[in-house]
Design a protein. Structure first.
Length: 309
């Protein structure tokens, strides 16, 4: 299990002092575009318009022409059906979440059309997708910002989109990755931004899920794990019985307090909620396997939720 390669001070800021505006600007200046949202996401969504409704639910002020926020919705929406929400790219660098959401729509969404209304936001953070970053342009983590008066435009826009549906959502699957760069870049950056010491951790090798500690659905999580185990390996607990510092409550399952932490998976009152985490840097997994694992998780989650509804 990899740990950070170095404990050298982060190159921005003064150790022990939280960042101010100057440090945020210096951090943003280090970010470079490495892929195109238009090519990878907007064109893929455009190709789906013949079969699904596409909603523009906002634009990022950072570059509104380049970053429209799009969601894909079932055609023939029916008020008597439960709502299934799938989100990807809340952390833009987590590639398989974006492409897993798009592939699910392309290959599987119509299978559920008669039984559920589907709403898919495949790339919540398009600027971060392009620069392969965890934060938005203002060094704010969207996945800690799903709450009233959100400091992240990406989070606020998604909250506004789902507000009319909040109490009708049966299932929400939020697609994520845990990568080696969590330890080599993102957690050191977080410590520097907040003026705290960086404490190295371990990256789990394999797929795992995050349940809601306030409303756990262990059988549901285990059903998803069982399905994904057929396509990629499940992360084991570490020597402390934990994954990323949280107690393992079932094989491949940990719990967070989703709503108090402002996490995306807590934006509705859905009975079934889960956050997926794949490990694309594993020597035992390929990028394709990671995408397939995300799609498998979504399908297994929907199958379980609809069977119980």
């Amino acid at each position: 299990m990899p740990t950070a390669a170095s404990t050298d001070p982060y190159p921005i800021g003064t150790p022990g002092q939280p960042w101010g505006a100057a440090e945020v600007l210096a951090w943003r200046a280090r970010q470079t575009r490495q892929r195109l949202y238009e090519t990878d996401v907007l064109r893929a969504v455009e190709a789906l318009r013949a079969r699904f409704d596409v909603i523009e639910y906002g634009r990022l002020d950072h570059d509104p022409q380049r970053f429209p926020l799009l969601a894909i919705r079932s055609r023939g929406w029916r008020d008597d059906l439960p709502v299934v929400l799938v989100t990807g790219g809340v952390h833009g660098y987590e590639t398989s979440g974006v492409h897993g959401a798009l592939r699910f729509v392309e290959r599987h969404a119509e299978h559920y059309a008669a039984r559920a209304n589907l709403l898919v936001a495949p790339c919540v953070s398009p600027w971060a997708y392009e620069v392969i970053q965890r934060w938005n342009p203002h060094a704010v983590d969207p996945n800690r910002s799903f709450h009233a008066d959100s400091p992240a435009q990406e989070s606020a826009a998604l909250l506004a989109l789902i507000a009319p549906l909040r109490d009708r959502v049966l299932l929400h699957v939020d697609l994520h990755e845990t990568t080696d760069t969590d330890e080599s870049e993102f957690r050191p950056a977080l410590a520097a931004r907040d003026g705290k010491p960086y404490e190295p951790g371990e990256i789990p090798d394999g797929f795992y899920l995050v349940d809601d500690s306030e409303h756990p659905q262990t059988a549901f999580q285990q059903a998803v794990i069982a399905a994904v185990a057929q396509v990629t390996h499940i992360a084991p607990a570490d020597r402390n019985g934990e994954i990323i510092g949280s107690r393992v409550v079932a094989p491949g399952v940990i719990e967070y307090a989703l709503q108090p932490l402002g996490l995306c998976a807590g934006i509705t009152d859905a009975r079934y909620r889960t956050t997926t985490e794949v490990y694309p840097d594993s020597p035992s997994a390929t990028p394709e396997q990671c995408i397939v694992a995300q799609v498998t998780a979504v399908c297994a989650a929907i199958d379980y939720a609809l069977a119980q509804a």
